[in-house]
Design a binder for this molecule. Structure first.
Ligand code: DP6
Length: 349
């Protein structure tokens, strides 16, 4: 027999960034972060997990290719989930798995991203969140989303925020064992549904410096990072929570852009410096800044993760349409050009 579960998890985009760990093994951050979870239809990971007595070891395929599960992060997630598994019974199929059986049974995991993997579009966030969520369903893990977020966190920090829709805060926590480093939902997906997110795919190539090694180097070498984590972010988190609660777009946009720029400044302050954005990214920033200034109040927020792709957030559909018009004029997507496509709603242009 084979018992299987499929789940779909969207990616999330941080508007106050996580950058830097205080514990590499448990993945505990040096500051709180806040993100917005995208619509489940776009930029998501779909994962099917199966268990069968015929499986001889745990295996995983990502986008059709087998990947190794030997890394500590996968193993930590699998171990945590197995220890929390409960009895599973499927009367129709005549299957009965006891809590103890999960220690011996092996799982197969098949995962697909509908967007470029490791191109700075937070693919690990959707991937690890989906893996933990689908395995938790399969293994009948009874913990709530918040506890599951702490398991996903051990797969990839940003993954813990993808367990919820809407606006999500990852609380850094104080405990050494990480038990209070969890994600909580600040507002659900209906709270601010006027917002439209457009992603300008500047490059779908894999990034040169992974987030994991990039943030390690920043913590080891940057003098700015401590100021950011201790002085800047705590105040920004309070202001961002206010802006989200009040649907205050100008404040939201200013904080989002400032935090993205400071994150990239901290990357530049790393030795050797890390460049995630490229000339096209910089031109997009100038274009948005000019537009916002000419309107007198921000129409669009931009944020860039560990890659050159721009995530643009506009406050309503009208502003999004105008933004797209401008983008298509200044940055027409062409196969061999700087910018290859736009992802907006359910269309890729
Ligand atoms: C720039 O979550 O990918 O996207 O915890 O080492 O797996 P690990 O890093 P990861 O880092 C994401 C960094 C970021 C900012 C963010 O999502 O908050």
């Amino acid at each position: 027999w084979v018992l299987a579960v499929t789940a779909q998890t969207p990616t999330n985009i941080a508007v106050i960034k996580y950058w830097g760990k205080r514990d590499e093994e448990l993945i505990l951050p040096i500051n709180d972060s806040i993100s917005v979870t995208l619509d489940p239809d776009h930029l998501c990971t779909t994962t099917s997990v199966a268990v069968s007595p015929a499986f001889t070891h745990d295996r995983m395929w990502l986008n059709g290719k087998e990947v190794s599960l030997s890394g500590g992060r996968y193993q930590n997630c699998l171990r945590e989930l197995r220890s929390r598994a409960s009895d599973v019974e499927d009367e129709q199929k005549g299957i009965k798995i006891t809590k103890k059986d999960w220690e011996k049974l092996h799982v197969h995991i098949v995962s697909y991203n509908n967007f470029p993997t490791a191109a700075g579009l937070a693919s690990s966030a959707a991937g690890l969140a989906c893996l933990v969520f689908s395995l938790a369903k399969l293994m009948n893990v009874k913990d709530d989303h918040s506890r599951l977020s702490a398991i996903a966190r051990q797969g990839s920090g940003s993954a813990c925020r993808s367990l919820y829709g809407g606006f999500v805060k990852w609380i850094m926590g104080k405990e050494e064992n990480g038990s209070d480093s969890i994600a909580v939902q600040l507002a659900d997906e209906k709270h601010w549904d006027d917002l439209v997110i457009i992603i300008a795919v500047v490059s779908s190539r894999q990034k040169e410096t992974s987030s994991t090694s990039g943030m390690r180097e920043t913590v080891e070498t940057s003098m700015l990072i401590e100021h950011r984590a201790k002085e800047v972010v705590p105040k920004r988190i309070v202001k961002m929570e206010e802006a989200i609660k009040n649907r205050d777009f100008p404040a939201f946009a200013r904080l989002t852009c400032a935090d993205s720029n400071q994150f990239h400044a901290v990357c530049l302050d790393t030795s050797p410096p890390i460049f995630y954005m490229n000339d096209t990214s910089h031109r997009i920033i100038s274009c948005v800044e000019k537009w916002n200034r000419s309107e007198g109040t921000p129409q669009v927020a931009y944020t860039f993760d560990a890659g050159p792709n721009a995530v643009l957030i506009s406050h309503n559909r009208k502003a999004a349409a105008l933004l797209l018009q401008r983008l298509l004029f200044y940055f027409p997507p062409q196969a061999d050009a700087d910018l290859n496509s736009y992802v907006i709603g359910d269309k890729t242009i």
